[in-house]
Design a protein around this ligand. Sequence first.
Ligand SMILES: O=P(O)(O)OC[C@H]1O[C@H](O)[C@H](O)[C@@H](O)[C@@H]1O
Length: 289
Amino acid sequence: MSQVNISTLTGFGQLSDLPCLKLQYGNASAVVSLYGGQVLSYQPTPGQELLWLSDNAQWHNGAAIRGGVPVCWPWFGPASAKINPEQQPLPNHGLVRNRLWQIRHSESSAVSTSVNLSIVVNDLPESLWPADAKAHPVNLALSLILSANQLTMQLSCDTPLYQQAALHSYFRIQNLQQTTVTGLSQNYFDKVSNAEHDSPDDKACFSAETDRIYFKTGSQLHLADDKQQLTINQQGHDASVIWNPWQQKSRELPDMADHGFTEFVCVESARLGLAQPQNLYLIQTLIPH
Ligand SMILES: O=P(O)(O)OC[C@H]1O[C@H](O)[C@H](O)[C@@H](O)[C@@H]1O
């Protein structure tokens, strides 16, 4: 084993001054930003980057970093009417993408290198609390476990709330036309056409803007193109979201190059149900082949 350790970085790529941690386990490494609690890099071997980070990503002035694995919490996308009955101006994907997280614990062992981050949030909308609960600051935790063959991300909240969450992973791909995601369910909500669809199989391909919520997906998805394969294990989810903005949206996003959409697809493990207040325990594990 060449190296098992955790080090601090100030800045990553073009994101100058960004406070980050780098985890190393043998040949494998991962980088997580304390801003957003966002994994930015996962390399199972040196130079083999699995995650996509926009060349135009920003983090100053409250921006959410475009790429890596953003943490969406306690809502996903625009806050729904249940979460935001008074239609307050609330940010997309919740409150923690542009806040600083704290390091709680880190550990290197014979089998893995791990770090636990957390953030305390004390400005949750009232609508998230069960009727009989008294509002108090809430702790959201993210654990990263890097081993020789995989990276696991565990997002948890011990407070029962009407809460949604997603691990919004941006995966670097070589060839969008050859890219498939399999293991999906056969029923999805298409955010582009704003309608539910049935799919003839469990697969998504990419030939236009794609923004789909697949309901009740299983515990294992596969992402493949002609050069690479990745297994994505998930737990604690009730949906998986597949996103590629395609050309027009890519041009419209200030933090994405015009051709940015050709370089990634998002495969997101999400917990979207709001039927009852619940704790959160959402896991995504990346296993390259
Ligand atoms: O631009 P953002 O707030 O980061 O959201 C990026 C995308 O996230 C998810 O994949 C949603 O399903 C998309 O509708 C959204 O456009």
